[in-house]
Design a protein around this ligand. Structure first.
Ligand code: MOS
Length: 693
C-alpha cells in the first residue's frame, strides 16, 4: 500500500472547520432550522410503569387558544410497521414503562403546547410492575446474541478446576450504575410533510446518522426512502443516544403528517430524555481470576447480569472485552438479562467495553495486591501472543507500550505499593492503573463521491459530525488520497442527498467513511490523473475488513486520587492516558476525543448514577441538578498521549477508532487509586464518600 505524502494532510492539527460557527452560534441545529409558520409539539408521558390508559379528557387542552391538535392513540395515524415497539408510539393504550409517550399536543407556540399538555387528564388501569434489577432473579434469561452480534456466552477449558487449583484467586462482584447519555443538545427534530404527489417528508433531526434514520422512518411509515430526506449538518453531542432514531423522530413525523404543509418542531426537555432516548443498563459483574504465585493467569471468568425492557431487547456486551484482554487457558463469559418494565436501554459511549472493563480491571488490581506484584507488571505478564478465543493474530497490539509509556510519564516507578500510607494534609493520596481497549469496527455500507468544481475538490458523503471532528478530518483524508492541499478540499456531510454513509457509532466513522473516501479518490485519480477537468467526478465505496486479523485499539489509564481523611470526599487530581490507536488523523481533534472520553470515565467513577425508584419505575434524579456530571472544576490535570502506530491492516489510513476508548478503563483506574489512597476497595460505582468511610 502506498501513501501520498506530498500534502502532509494526515497528522496535522488543523482546527475544526465547524468550530467558529459552533462557538459563534451560527451553526444551525435541528430545532433552529429556519422554517416559516411552524407549529410546536409537546409530549405527554405516562406516570405509571405498567398498565393502560382507560380514560381521556382532552377538552381543556383543545379549548386553549393556539392548540392545533391533541394526538392520542384514539386519533393518531396507524403506522405501517410496529415491529420496533420502542417506535410504535400512539398505536395503542398500553403502558410499558414510566415516561412512555401516551399523547402529544400540537400548538402554535411551544408555550401553549406545553401548557395544553399539562391540562390533559387521563385515567389508568394499573397493574403490578417490576423495575428492579436483581442478580438472583429467576426471570433472568440468556439473549440469543449481545450487542454488535457477539455470542452471549463463551467458554474455554475448565474455569472451576483452574480456580480450585490456582495459588491465588479473586472472586468478587462489581456493579456499575444506570447512566444516561445527556448530550448538551437535547434530542430535537423538525419535520415537514409535503402532501403533493405521493408525499415527501423532510426531517431536520439531531442524529448520528441521516441515512440510518431515513431507512428506519421509511419502514415505520411505509414510505419509500426516496420520499424522505434527513438533514443534520451539526450535532451537539450524542454519545450513542442519537445513533438510532428514538420516539421523538416518529412523533415529529406523525405530527407533521397530521398538519400537512406546516413544519413541526419538537425538542425534548432534559427530563424527558431520561425515559425516551436510551441509557446504559446497570450491570452486575461476578468476576473470577485465578493465577499462580508468579502472576500468570490460569482462569478468567465474568458472569454479567443486566437489564433490558420488556418491549425491546438491548443486550449490552459487557463480558466481551474479558474475552480478549489477557492470556488464560481457562475462560468463561456469560450474559443474563432481566426484561423489566423500564425504558429501552441502548448505546452509550463504548457499550460493552466501558462497563466491562470496570470489574475485570479492578479485579486485576486486587489480584496484584494479593500477589504482592506491581499491577503494571501483572498486566504485562499476561499479554497474549494471539487474540484469546479466536486465535487470530492482532493487526497490532501495543498495550505493553501504553503501560510502559504511561508508567514513565506518570512517575510510577517511585510508587510505594502499600495502601493508605501517603498523606497531604487532610488528604490521603493514591495512584492506580487500568487498561483500555476498543475494537476497530468497519460498517458494511458507505459511499463517497469526489467532484472537481473550479479549483475545489468536493467530497460528498452522508456522514455525521456529532462534535467528533468529521468536518475537519474527512478533508484531511481526501486531500491525502488525492495528493492535493487540504485547503482545496471541501466536504459535504449530514444530508441524505449525499451518498449512503453508516452511523457514527462504534468508533467506526473514520474507518468506514474514510475508506470510502480513499476509494473514491483512487477512482478519481485513475480516471483523471493529476489534471482533472472541471466537473470531473468519481465515487468509491468501503470494502470488507481484512478478517484474518483481530483489530483493536489499546490504552493505559493512570489516576491519582485524593480521599479526604475525615469526610471521605474523593478528588482526582491527575488523569493520564496513553493510547495505541493507529495513525492519528488530526492530533487536535484526537486529543479532544481522548480527554473527552476520559472525563466521561471520571464522571462515571465519581458522579454519574441514574436512581431508578423500583416502586414507581421512575428515574428520580432526571435533571442536571441531581444527575451529577463531572465539570471543569472536577477534572484538574488531564493528559492524553499516544504511541506512533500505523496499522496497515485496519484500513487505508492506518487509523483505529478513537471516539470511545477514552472512557474505557478510567473508572477502574480511579477505583484502584482510591484503594491505594485509603485502603478501601470500592466495587460499586459511583465512588461516593459513604463507600470509603
Ligand atoms: Mo457510540 S455509543 O457507538 O455512538
Amino acid at each position: 500500500m502506498t501513501f501520498l505524502s506530498e500534502t502532509d494532510a494526515i497528522g496535522r492539527d488543523l482546527p475544526r472547520r465547524d468550530g467558529s460557527a459552533k462557538v459563534m452560534g451560527t451553526a444551525t441545529y435541528a430545532y433552529e432550522t429556519p422554517l416559516d409558520d411552524a407549529v410546536y409539539l409537546h409530549l405527554i408521558q405516562a406516570t405509571i410503569a405498567r398498565g393502560r390508559v382507560t380514560e381521556w379528557d382532552t377538552a381543556a387542552a383543545e379549548a386553549l387558544d393556539g392548540v392545533v391538535a391533541v394526538l392520542t392513540p384514539r386519533n393518531a395515524e396507524r403506522l405501517a410497521s410496529t415491529e420496533d415497539r420502542e417506535l410504535a408510539v400512539l398505536q395503542d393504550e398500553e403502558i410499558h414503562f414510566r415516561g412512555q409517550v401516551i399523547a402529544a399536543v400540537v400548538a402554535d407556540s411551544s408555550e401553549v403546547a406545553r401548557q395544553a399538555a399539562a391540562v390533559v387528564r387521563v385515567g389508568y388501569a394499573q397493574v403490578a410492575h417490576d423495575a428492579e434489577l436483581r442478580a438472583d432473579d429467576d426471570n433472568l434469561y440468556a439473549p440469543e446474541k449481545v450487542n454488535a452480534g457477539f455470542p452471549t456466552d463463551t467458554a474455554e477449558g475448565d474455569v472451576e478446576a483452574a480456580m480450585a487449583a490456582a495459588e491465588v484467586t479473586v472472586e468478587e462482584t462489581y456493579t456499575t450504575a444506570m447512566y444516561h447519555n445527556n448530550p448538551m443538545e437535547p434530542h430535537a427534530t423538525a419535520a415537514l410533510w409535503d402532501p403533493a404527489g405521493e408525499g415527501f417528508l423532510t426531517l431536520w433531526d439531531s442524529t448520528q446518522g441521516v441515512h440510518p434514520t431515513r431507512s428506519k422512518v421509511a419502514s415505520v411509515f411505509g414510505l419509500d426512502k426516496a420520499q424522505i430526506r434527513v438533514v443534520c449538518p451539526y450535532v451537539g453531542g450524542g454519545f450513542g443516544s442519537k445513533g438510532q432514531p428514538h420516539v421523538n423522530v416518529v412523533l415529529a413525523a406523525l405530527a407533521a403528517r397530521a398538519v400537512p404543509g406546516r413544519p413541526v418542531r419538537l425538542a425534548l426537555t432534559r427530563q424527558q430524555m431520561f425515559s425516551l432516548v436510551g441509557y446504559r443498563t446497570p450491570t452486575i459483574q461476578r468476576c473470577r481470576l485465578g493465577a499462580d504465585r508468579g502472576g500468570t493467569l490460569s482462569a478468567v471468568a465474568i458472569d454479567v447480569v443486566e437489564q433490558t425492557s420488556r418491549i425491546k431487547e438491548f443486550a449490552e456486551q459487557t463480558g466481551v472485552p474479558a474475552r480478549m484482554m489477557y492470556a488464560s487457558p481457562n475462560r468463561r463469559t456469560t450474559h443474563r438479562l432481566a426484561a423489566l418494565d423500564v425504558p429501552v436501554p441502548s448505546w452509550m459511549r463504548a457499550p460493552g467495553e466501558c462497563p466491562g472493563m470496570f470489574g475485570p480491571e479492578v479485579a486485576m488490581d486486587e489480584l496484584a495486591e494479593r500477589l504482592g506484584m506491581d499491577p503494571v507488571d501483572l498486566r504485562i505478564r499476561n499479554e497474549p501472543d494471539v487474540e484469546p478465543g479466536s486465535g487470530k493474530p492482532f493487526s497490532s497490539r501495543d498495550l505493553v507500550g501504553c503501560l510502559r509509556e504511561g508508567a514513565a510519564r506518570f512517575g510510577w516507578s517511585t510508587r510505594d505499593p502499600r495502601p493508605g500510607v501517603r498523606r497531604q494534609g487532610d488528604w490521603l493520596v493514591g495512584t492506580g492503573v487500568a487498561a483500555s481497549t476498543y475494537p476497530v469496527s468497519r460498517m458494511s455500507e458507505s459511499t463517497a463521491t469526489i467532484r472537481r468544481e473550479g479549483d475545489r475538490y468536493i467530497t460528498e458523503i452522508g456522514a455525521a459530525d456529532l462534535g467528533t471532528g468529521t468536518w475537519t478530518t474527512l478533508p484531511q483524508i481526501a486531500a491525502d488520497a488525492l495528493g492535493v492541499p487540504v485547503a482545496h478540499v471541501d466536504v459535504r456531510i449530514g444530508d441524505t442527498d449525499y451518498p449512503m454513509a453508516s452511523v457514527a457509532g462504534g468508533s467506526s466513522g473514520m474507518t468506514t467513511w474514510g475508506s470510502a473516501v480513499v476509494e473514491a479518490a483512487r477512482a478519481f485519480r485513475e480516471k483523471y490523473g493529476t489534471e482533472p477537468p472541471d466537473g470531473a467526478e468519481a465515487s468509491g465505496s468501503v470494502g470488507p475488513p481484512d478478517d484474518r486479523y483481530a483489530m483493536h485499539a489499546f490504552g493505559a489509564q493512570f489516576a491519582e486520587a485524593h480521599v479526604h481523611a475525615d469526610t471521605g470526599e474523593v478528588r482526582v487530581r491527575h488523569l493520564l492516558g496513553v493510547f495505541a490507536a493507529g495513525r492519528i488523523i488530526n492530533p487536535r481533534t484526537a486529543r479532544s476525543q481522548f480527554i473527552g472520553g476520559m472525563t466521561m470515565g471520571l464522571s462515571m467513577a465519581l458522579h454519574e448514577s441514574s436512581v431508578l425508584d423500583p416502586r414507581t419505575g421512575h428515574v428520580v434524579n432526571h435533571d442536571f441538578a441531581e444527575y451529577h456530571i463531572t465539570a471543569n472544576a472536577d477534572v484538574a490535570k488531564i493528559e492524553a498521549h499516544w504511541l506512533p502506530e500505523h496499522d496497515t491492516h485496519v484500513n487505508a489510513m492506518g487509523s483505529k477508532g478513537i471516539g470511545e476508548i477514552g472512557i474505557v478503563g478510567t473508572a477502574a483506574a480511579v477505583s484502584n487509586a482510591v484503594w491505594h489512597a485509603c485502603g478501601v476497595r470500592v466495587r460499586d460505582l459511583p465512588i461516593t464518600l459513604d463507600k470509603v468511610l
